[in-house]
Write a protein of this length. Structure first.
Length: 234
C-alpha cells in the first residue's frame, strides 16, 4: 500500500524554515521537482523565487537564488544570483550539472561542484522568441521554457511551451535543434513521424526506460507519445 504524506510545506505561501526540518518549512508555489542519486529532493519554488533542497535527512536549504525576482539571466555564485520564477528542473548527478528553466526567457545551468550558475539557453536576457536552431544554445531564443529532461546519452530536452515545440541540446556540442513541432499551435499528426506533427503549448517532456518519449500537449488536452522509431501517437 502507498500512503500520502506531506514532506515539506505548512500550507502557508511563504519561503521559511531554511536549515530546519522540511516538514516545518513554508514553501511558496512549488513547481518542478527532481531527485538526485543521493536521495536529495530539489524544488523549484516559483513565487519566491528560489530552488531549494531537501536532503536525505529531511533538512531544507536554499540552493539557488536570492529570493528577488530577476529576468536578467545573470551568471554568478548560486546564492548571489537572482532568478525568474523557476518551473522546470532536471539534473545529471554523474556530470554534476543541474538545469532549470525560468518562467519566460531562458534555461540556466548549475554546477554542483563549484555552485556556480550560468545561462545555458537564451540569447538576450529578458527577451522571449524563437530562433537559433542549428547553432549554440546560448544564442537561441525560447518562449516560456517549461519541463526539462536530461537523458543518459547527454541530450537535454526542453518543452518550449509558447513556441509549440520540443527542442533539444546536445550537451557535448552545445547545439540546439527542434525535434517536434513547427511553431503552429494546433493538433496534427497521429501515427506519423513526430517531426511532421504539430503540438500546442507543451509543458512537460519525459522518457520511460524503453526510450519512449511522453509529451504533456497542454493546449491540445492530450498526453502524446513518441516511440523509439519516431512515430507520434495519442
Amino acid at each position: 500500500k502507498y500512503y500520502l504524506a506531506t514532506i515539506a510545506g505548512t500550507g502557508a505561501a511563504a519561503s521559511t524554515g531554511d536549515e530546519g526540518p522540511a516538514s516545518l518549512a513554508g514553501i511558496n508555489q512549488p513547481y518542478g521537482i527532481w531527485g538526485d542519486s543521493n536521495d536529495n529532493l530539489l524544488i523549484c519554488e516559483y513565487a519566491t523565487p528560489v530552488i531549494r533542497k531537501i536532503s536525505s535527512d529531511g533538512i531544507i536549504t536554499t540552493l539557488i537564488g536570492t529570493g528577488t525576482l530577476s529576468t536578467s539571466g545573470a551568471d554568478g555564485p548560486a546564492l548571489t544570483v537572482s532568478i525568474d520564477g523557476p518551473v522546470g528542473i532536471f539534473g545529471d548527478s554523474k556530470s554534476g550539472a543541474l538545469y532549470f528553466s525560468g518562467n519566460l526567457y531562458w534555461v540556466m545551468r548549475y554546477n554542483m561542484t563549484s555552485r556556480y550558475v550560468s545561462r545555458y539557453i537564451g540569447a538576450v536576457p529578458g527577451v522571449e522568441g524563437f530562433s537559433g536552431d542549428g547553432g549554440p544554445s546560448i544564442n537561441a531564443y525560447v518562449n516560456h521554457a517549461r519541463g526539462l529532461y536530461y537523458s543518459s546519452n547527454g541530450i537535454l530536452y526542453i518543452a518550449d511551451c509558447l513556441n509549440h515545440r520540443i527542442r533539444y541540446v546536445n550537451i557535448t556540442t552545445g547545439i540546439i535543434r527542434t525535434i517536434i513541432g513547427n511553431g503552429t499551435a494546433m493538433f496534427y499528426g497521429e501515427n506519423i513521424p513526430a517531426s511532421l506533427a504539430c503540438i500546442h503549448s507543451p509543458r512537460m517532456v519525459w522518457f520511460n526506460t524503453l526510450g519512449v518519449m511522453y509529451i504533456a500537449d497542454s493546449g491540445n488536452h492530450r498526453i502524446r507519445s513518441v516511440s523509439v522509431d519516431g512515430i507520434i501517437r495519442t
